[in-house]
Design a protein around this ligand. Sequence first.
Ligand SMILES: [Zn+2]
Ligand SMILES: [Zn+2]
Length: 437
Amino acid sequence: MAPTESTSESYLHNLPLTPRESDNEDLTNLTPMAGRKRNASEMEDDGDKSTASKVAEGTSETIEAEISSDFTVECPARPRRTKSPIPEDVYYETAAPSLAPNLSVNFAVRPGDKWARFSRYRNAKFKDPLLLVYSAGQIVYVNRQDPLPPPLPADASEDEKLQYDKENLWAGLISEFRAESQEKVYVRVFWFYWPEELPMGRQPYHGKRELILSNHVGIIEAQCISSHADISQWDENDDSNKIILSERYWRQTLDVKKLAKDRDHALSKLRRFCICGGYDNPSMDMYQCRKVGCGLWNHEQCLIKAIEERAWAKFKKGTLTHEIQERDEGKGFAQKVGETVSNLAHRAFGKDGLGAEAMVIVKGNKKRKGVPTGKHVWAGKLQGAIHKTKTVDGSDAHYATVTQLVPTSGSAEFPSGFEPKTWQMKMSCLKCGEPLN
Ligand SMILES: [Zn+2]
Ligand SMILES: [Zn+2]
């Protein structure tokens, strides 16, 4: 890891072992060990959702420990008062997260002399309960509750695990260790934010498992580290579609320097996709056009809207028919009106089906069927959908349909016994019109 902090001071090679259980006579180790992410002055009133921090009288609920750290960090540091009559005990440094070198920030540590005097280390070794080494450049989870609530049962759902982590852990990118002794080891980190913790709140494009890397500096005691954190970086410009994101991921940064004056730009810009110029919301699939020179990623919901719009125009004229049937007549796609979706799927993606040469890559893997269509004129009358299936060789395939939810207009003669009709629709790139089916 290339350290971005000043390299003039040399690091000692390795920190010797940090305290063992048996060393705990030391009073300092009896204080609650929980990280401290933001102090009141730098926190905006963003409606801390941590209900666990409210302690009912007489109960021993866990608390969000707001212990007074041995060091306070001001980040970004206010400009120095050059002519202050009283010399301040402040340590100033400019640093940037190793994973986001453009986000350098000036921060202040108090008491400064003490912090500056400590030896610096790149690694810290912990012996109990397991031998573990943490290093600069690594991402770790930090306990924010002391004690931590009991771990979830092994069969807890992904959502429950995520909720537990959000309530009880923070994530930090390690910058360095400083130690007064083997018993007193501190870690300087750059904090990650859960989307809900952002001063501007969760944005609609934030994924469920997403975190945001900030240049907000924190100093915690090393014992607050809970574990290594598996948080991968999502490079939005990598179109290979081979990126496997881990349990959690980050793609965006928060620049705390901009929070005060230029808050709208404090979050880094994300890549724009689709004809609508929108973001990649990991819970929404996108389909990439394979036409050379186009390559547009199409949002699923934008494709559905286009399909519904087209179907609605035809529907009003009474000319809505299977679009795929029209295009591929004679290739085994002749279906009777009203045939069920499952039958269509079976035929369309059988041995000779379209799936054999799928034209597009589907990005994202979360299921999200159907998109609210309440705002469109065809709401309640037509509903588009994109269905995913597997081809015989196991690759992904998909097809689009529009379902007619009401009888054809003017057909008052069969109001009862109407069954929704489903039509096979073309799915085309919203920019160049290349088929995506
Ligand atoms: Zn779009
Ligand atoms: Zn295209």
